[in-house]
Design a protein around this ligand. Sequence first.
Ligand code: AMP
Ligand code: MG
Length: 349
Amino acid sequence: MKTEIEQIHEENIDQSVIDRAGEIIQNGGLVAFPTETVYGLGGDALNEASSGKIYAAKGRPSDNPLIVHIAEIDSLARIAAKIPEKAVALAERFWPGPLTMIFEKAECVPDATTGGLGTVAVRMPSNKIARALIRASGGYVAAPSANLSGRPSPTQAKYVIQDLDGRVDMILDGGASEIGLESTIIDLSGENPVILRPGSITEEMLKEVVEDVGMDPGILGEESNEAPKAPGMKYRHYAPLGNLAVVEGRQDQVAAYINGRLKECREQGKKCGVIAADETAAGYLADSVKRVGKREDECAIAKHLFQVLREFDDEGIQVIYAESFDSKGVGLAVMNRLLKAAGHQVITV
Ligand code: AMP
Ligand code: MG
């Protein structure tokens, strides 16, 4: 398949490109597009065959459901069988934005879109390109992250092209993602709301709107045998090509440990990299040292994490050590993704 690649600017959107992209989706094709979280791979959420194509293009297991993206709050009623009061309050506060809510699904949502579940995940993105595309596509766009299954989510079109060129009809290049991590997922289909995946909308922010928010216990732990509530959380995720380990402990000891291992790597002729906070990055001797942001600036670290994992791959880095970051606020989402990317290899010094 020949993939058409189009540049598009959020502040000056070329409607003719959007119309063409919308037509592709309405005809059952796939278009990758920017959102404020990461790039999404979009197909018609109400067309079973389109969802099937999304799984095939990503190499994604078909029991891992897709998030349905809408552009207007009024679109929700058609796909959600029940809309609890709490969801209305959360939508008023956080939509459009990086919050995905899970509802009991309506009949019209195909099982292929929800991975066979009786619930549907819904988000209204704030990115204007995404919203224009959703409107031009009939209002319901199923879109997982636009990477091959298992790889870091793409925060720039060039990474979408690396993974999906030749596998999708069109890629819209709208520049770098603002947030850089996927949405927070909150399940509203049960008695009490439960956070299934942390993101840039934190537990504290959600609790300002609804008090009784719970947290899925597996968020920082290794996958248990129990079926996780968000099926996608059980798969190996976000992995760079090199072997990544997270090192935690007192900062001076972390630096000493990592530098010791880097020396060994160099002696073995392996290319090595480090992920570090701005404050400590200068202390490492590696082929590639990536600073992700100031230690207390969790949003900057979130924005750069997937990007640096992709950069290591571009540079052929074989062994990667990452500092550990504080898991408060958005830091919980950072550590959730970093630990998954490392396959939970954590070294405590
Ligand atoms: P991605 O769009 O690639 O970030 O993946 C979507 C995430 O949403 C995966 O972790 C899914 O398991 C999760 N998800 C989607 N729909 C549901 C649902 N109905 N119930 C629980 N989790 C869901
Ligand atoms: Mg994903």
